[in-house]
Ligand binder design. Sequence first.
Ligand code: V47
Length: 364
Amino acid sequence: MSDLNTIRGKVDRKERLSFEDGVKLFRSNDIVEVGRIANRLRERINGNNAYYNVNRHINYTNVCVIDCQLCQGAYARKPGEDGGYTMQLDQVFRFAEQEYTDSLTEFHIVGGLNPALPYQYYLDLLRGLRERFPLVHLKAFTMVEFDFFVKIARQPLESIIADLKEAGLGSCPGGGAEIFAERARPLIAGHKISGARWLEVARAVHKAGIRTNATMLYGHIETLEERVDHLIRLRELQDETGGFNCFIPLAFHPEHTVYAHLPTTTGMDDLKTIAVSRLMLDNFPHIKAYWVTLTPSLAQVALRFGADDLDGTIIEERIIHGAGTPTGLGMTRPQIEKLIRDAGRTPIERDTLYTPVQRVSQLV
Ligand code: V47
């Protein structure tokens, strides 16, 4: 008899798991049973479907005022530091045009907190992309960037959200959440906004009718209890707003950061984190195994451990590659579909809001 029977019983009876259950799952080495329980819930929520999308990342600047230990030096640069770049708007539009194909359904747009850029830049960026690519969904700006806009525009959060929505914002990526715990957060994220503020901004964005994702960065200096605490804080906000689409656990890549001495996460930990996320976040429609941080092979296996989404084709990811992830820069649709089929799942190409996309051609 596995000591996880009580938890399995709760999941089967559709009872919510407690903080202690979450910690127990993380502490278990019975990865097969943890995965099996998560898989039951995953199949209850998503059947046999496994989702992916055709997207491109636009990282408009890596210049950032935040002393974020997980990103400075790996991707971000201080103002004036060597290696910093900022795309002027015409460069953003040219980059987007180069990357555009008819299959594209999403631009994923994030950047550093660059004091040289005025608030108007972000509105013009969205407007310019919407004008040029009216069919492409603009998933842009993390809760950290929203808080920065409040400061530089000196406007209330609600009016920033309304401006961005009017300019073409479709939804928001889940970055910047890192780990909410007050002990660990400043040690990896410097003076980035607090976990409480991240959640407060997400609440306001959801209330304005904009859906967002959420992430958790794990595998650095956080404790297992802090991971479970992070998941429960997200679950509580989701109970309140229902505005989260997807949760993405992000495995920390230490290279080129001040935590370069830390080991990378292991397969056991990665799969367990996917599984525990699925089980604790019973009110999140989707759990994403982000192939960029996990490697395509492990992300594929994760489709049997609670995950139902692999993210997208991407083509050029900079943030996590800056920190040494060994994965390629992008994948094609046939490559992603093969991973999904070989996991015994049904590939569903989706748009950002998880509506299936119908294709005439299956080529790119
Ligand atoms: O916020 C930074 C993380 C995030 C490192 O919403 C690192 O669909 C690992 O949020 N090692 C950006 N991770 C990526 C992100 C994301 C990715 C894919 C899909 C979605 C979505 C969101 O990357 C940052 C931070 O948490 N990060 N440095 C690092 N060294």
